[in-house]
Write a new protein. Structure first.
Length: 405
């Protein structure tokens, strides 16, 4: 009996028990579909976060104050007041690889427009904020250098804030917004970028730096400095240059910790990627358990099939079938179960990923590699778990098999 004939016989045996074969394949179908869906959603989420971070600006460094302590309790990074406007000015002057330097002061405040109000982020910055962070002004304009120098009470709204305060006005330019009893005139609205999960760049009011520091918050320090680097290859050198400069400016003794922190965009992306990878591995482990359960189901059904067809095995051996032929037939049957289950699982996984992307609004990125690996794994599961029942059938004694009722 050749492989082709064994395959036809195996297909006939599976077709004769269609319902049982389908139920046997369920574990493989669910396992493969789960692997493809989880990998697609994980890859989609990672790509979405990376794209949105890149949309905030390329080759950026974020300089923030260090942590302060209250007694023995650390108040967390950014809680101290160690950054000053002078720091930003000297970084611009003395670090040649810093293409743009944007000083920022931000805080939460209540903003009111007529009868509507919202608690939002008020960001004081300079006109360099827009090109550095890759923002586009959708309506109106951004404030100028002269307006910033005069601390004029003008503001540019994020898309979310504009929609909250002026839901019926597609163009709120010229309208007024009151922030902590300071009246600002709206001169523009930023184009929406979308939430990054941990922050929403669309939920903010952008005002001149000194207007935020002096008029709104009454502060002299900075909450952050954004530095744009010319290229990725200059990132490390720029970080070292900024660190050395700030340590000298802040008069930090050798061996003491920095009173500031510097992070680059790649660090943020790497952190989010590592988090997504951990969750994806956990979900893949669960999906792998489903495949193993499916494999055990195949072995169980194949053992039942061997028992049911013991007399058939005896007849085949009596008319000349070799033990190898019998083993091959049952091994092909178990392999076909896992292969068909894998194909159906691929169809279900791709369908679920597409459905979640279109209907549920989740980002998904179907991975060809995940499809190939999950299919090969499902086929290997069928061979592995079908091997013992096939060997058991091959070792059946002809006389005992013929006597079996």
């Amino acid at each position: 009996m050749n492989i082709l004939e064994s395959g036809r016989t195996a297909l006939g045996a599976l077709w004769a028990n269609k319902l049982r074969a389908m139920l046997t394949m369920l574990g493989i179908i669910i396992g493969v579909a789960a692997v493809i869906t989880m990998v697609s959603l994980g890859a989609g989420a990672q790509k979405s976060v990376t794209d949105r971070l890149q949309a905030l600006g390329s080759n950026l460094l974020y300089v923030r104050p260090g942590s302060s302590q209250q007694g023995r309790v650390s108040l967390g990074a950014g809680s101290s007041q160690t950054l000053e406007l002078r720091d930003a000015d000297l970084i611009r002057e003395r670090v040649p690889t810093a293409v743009a330097v944007v000083p920022e002061y931000s805080g939460r405040a209540q903003a009111k427009a007529g009868a509507l109000n919202t608690n939002t982020t008020v960001l004081g910055t300079t006109p360099a904020y827009v090109p550095t962070r890759n923002f586009t002004v959708a309506v109106g304009r951004f404030f100028t250098e002269s307006e910033a120098a005069r601390s004029e009470r003008v503001c540019v709204l994020g898309a979310t804030t504009a929609g909250t305060l002026f839901p019926d006005a597609p163009n709120p330019v010229g309208r007024s917004v009151r922030v902590r009893d300071v009246l600002f005139t709206v001169i523009g609205v930023l184009e929406a970028k979308g939430s990054q999960g941990f922050q929403d760049p669309d939920d903010q009011i952008v005002v001149p730096l000194e207007a935020a520091r002096q008029r709104v918050f009454g502060a002299d320090n900075l909450t952050s400095i954004t530095v744009q680097v010319g290229s990725d290859s200059q990132t490390t050198a720029t970080m070292v240059g900024i660190e050395n400069l700030l340590r000298n400016l802040h008069r930090l003794a050798p061996g003491t910790d920095n009173d500031f922190s510097i992070r680059n965009q790649q660090d943020v992306v790497a952190t989010i990627t590592e988090t997504n990878k951990t969750f994806s591995q956990l979900l893949l482990a669960i999906a792998g358990v489903s495949l193993l359960v499916g494999g055990i189901g195949i072995m169980n059904i194949m053992l039942v099939s061997v028992t049911e067809r013991t007399r058939e095995i005896g007849v085949r051996k009596a008319i000349g079938a070799r033990s190898y032929d019998v083993m091959l037939q049952f091994l092909i049957e178990s392999s076909l179960l896992s292969i068909f289950g894998g194909l159906l699982g691929i169809a279900l996984g791709v369908g679920l990923s597409t459905w979640m992307s279109k209907v549920a609004g989740w980002n998904s990125l179907i991975s060809t590699q995940a499809i190939i690996i999950s299919f090969l794994f499902s086929a290997a599961v069928g061979v592995f778990f079908g091997l013992y029942p096939a060997q058991r059938a091959a070792r059946a004694n002809v006389i005992e098999a013929l006597r079996y009722e």
